[in-house]
Design a binder for this molecule. Structure first.
Ligand SMILES: Cc1cc2nc3c(=O)[nH]c(=O)nc-3n(C[C@H](O)[C@H](O)[C@H](O)COP(=O)(O)OP(=O)(O)OC[C@H]3O[C@@H](n4cnc5c(N)ncnc54)[C@H](O)[C@@H]3O)c2cc1C
Length: 456
């Protein structure tokens, strides 16, 4: 009965075709591709307009039903699976690319625009520009990615994707629409200030502070040429010095590192891929020479990367899913963690031990962000989705890795409930109090993705 009248109200808002509470529709929304256990969902709703979202939010307040905003649902860490039931607000119908401003170099998008759609739109109509997007599948939304401090192939040069947000339009938990950034007082969505900057309230808060309906992100000019300078390093302890030297050159567009036991020839090494860009062959050769010299001095071995690898990694975004699911068991999840550079060697060594302890071949990667100020690490665990024990094994490995990241002074990224809990245990009490106060102020009825970042 409770569900029936809410279903009717939701149908009146978005239309019968765009709301469902049937078991077969809800099944897919009760889980994600990661290792989290499924959790129940009451409704899935696919709005088209901002006004519809406002009405849904007012209804949710009246009926005290949780709302969980969802883009592509691809974080792997269960962030879009409701913790306390309620409505999954699937944003995919809000898919308009509203404006590409070639002069001020930004894209103004509705929140359901996918990274794949933006990339192909730019390739077709603005071939000189490229967006900051992750190596996630192309059905990931730009909003979902920037809102979790995602990163991608431009991040070393320009910063993580959260820092590339120019502005947001948000439906707040009271149903009001509020604009943040230059768009609060200008027709141009070119930047966040200079006014008090509240955009950070909505990043990495996992839909607990409001529903983003529009966003502007920075675009960049496409280089004429791109190449990978590949290297192998035996001892992780040599990494910090090597990375400092590489970044001092300011040549790198992206720096990816990794350790994996397969193929066999990579076992025991950390591989390093520095992406360089340029205008001419001579320009590229000059940069390769500089980097080769740095590798040599830092005890890293320059190597011509195997063509197969080049093919995978030059394709931007790379097809990361294929690489991660190497066991073909259909599942993988990683602890992402922002780690201070000085702790990266230890992170590689100890995370590899955790992998081996759980019988999973180590698959560890990292990416430099914004100079060398942040390093995001990926500790990936693959599992067989059809085997509950294997999934449980992966969850335990993830838990231990979250603990490791925190112990090393790092911060788990896009953390699942377990990781959030560990972070809240360690967090400065006054930060927690501030978080709770802000949350209560914005969302007094606790309807926005409750259970996440919950300060008790
Ligand atoms: C194979 C693979 C490779 C990956 N590689 C990368 C990578 O290189 N870099 C990277 O950064 N990530 C990567 N990821 C992680 C993740 O897929 C991406 O970050 C992805 O962009 C998340 O976007 P999404 O649309 O799937 O977000 P979702 O999972 O839908 O949402 C993410 C969070 O944002 C919230 N949210 C979504 N939309 C809104 C909205 N409109 N308003 C308010 N809150 C909202 C959700 O509630 C959730 O908490 C990878 C994932 C996979 C599976």
């Amino acid at each position: 009965m409770y569900k029936e009248h809410i279903l009717n109200d939701l149908e009146n808002i978005v239309g019968k075709d765009y709301v469902s509470n049937s078991a077969e529709d809800l099944y897919i929304y009760s889980q994600d591709p990661g290792a989290s256990l499924p959790r129940p969902v009451d409704f899935v709703v696919m709005p088209k307009k901002v006004e519809e979202i406002q009405e849904i939010v007012r209804l949710a307040n009246k009926e005290n039903i949780p709302i969980v905003p969802m883009g592509g649902g691809l974080t792997l860490s269960g962030l879009i699976i409701p913790v306390k039931g309620g409505i999954v607000l699937d944003m995919k119908r809000m898919d308009q690319i509203i404006e590409i401003n070639e002069t001020s170099r930004y894209a103004l998008l509705e929140a359901g625009v996918t990274t794949g759609a933006l990339l192909s739109h730019l390739n077709d109509y603005h071939p000189g520009l490229e967006p900051p997007i992750p190596d996630a599948p192309p059905s990931a939304t730009v909003a979902g990615n920037v809102l979790i401090h995602g990163s991608g192939y431009l991040s070393q040069r320009y910063g993580d994707h959260g820092s590339l947000i120019n502005g947001l339009e948000v439906v707040l938990a009271n149903g009001e629409v509020c604009k943040f950034g230059s768009c609060a007082l200008s027709d141009y969505w070119f930047g966040r200030g200079p006014i008090p900057d509240f955009i950070g309230l909505f990043t990495s808060s996992f839909g607990t502070m409001g529903i983003i309906t529009k966003l502007s992100i920075q675009l960049f000019t496409k280089p004429k040429m791109r190449e990978i300078v590949f290297g192998l390093l035996k001892d992780p302890k040599d990494l910090p010095e090597l990375l400092l030297k590489v970044t001092e050159t300011r040549l790198a567009e992206d720096v990816l590192l990794g350790m994996q036991d397969m193929p066999e020839w990579m076992k025991g090494y950390i591989f390093l891929m520095v992406y360089i860009t340029g205008d001419s062959k001579e320009d590229m050769e000059r940069q390769v020479k500089i980097l080769k010299r740095i590798y040599r001095k830092a005890k890293a071995r320059f190597m011509k990367a195997p063509q197969k690898m080049i093919n995978i990694y030059m394709d931007k975004p790379i097809f990361a899913a294929g690489a991660a699911d190497y066991r073909k068991g259909g599942g993988f999840e990683y602890v992402g963690a922002f780690i201070p550079l000085e702790k990266v060697p230890e992170a590689y060594e100890r995370a590899a031990e955790i992998s081996r302890k759980y019988g999973i071949p180590p698959t560890i990667g990292s990416r430099l962000i914004g100079g060398i100020h942040t390093i995001v690490m990926f500790f990936s665990y693959s599992f067989n989705r059809a085997d509950p024990k294997d999934m449980e094994n992966a969850r335990e490995a993830l838990h231990e890795t979250n603990q490791l990241a925190l112990e090393l002074g790092g911060i788990p990224w896009k953390a699942e409930l377990d990781g959030q809990k560990l972070m809240l245990q360690k967090m400065d009490p006054n930060y927690k109090k501030f978080l709770k106060n802000i949350k209560n102020l914005l969302d007094p009825n606790g309807i926005m993705n409750p259970g996440n970042w919950e300060v008790i």
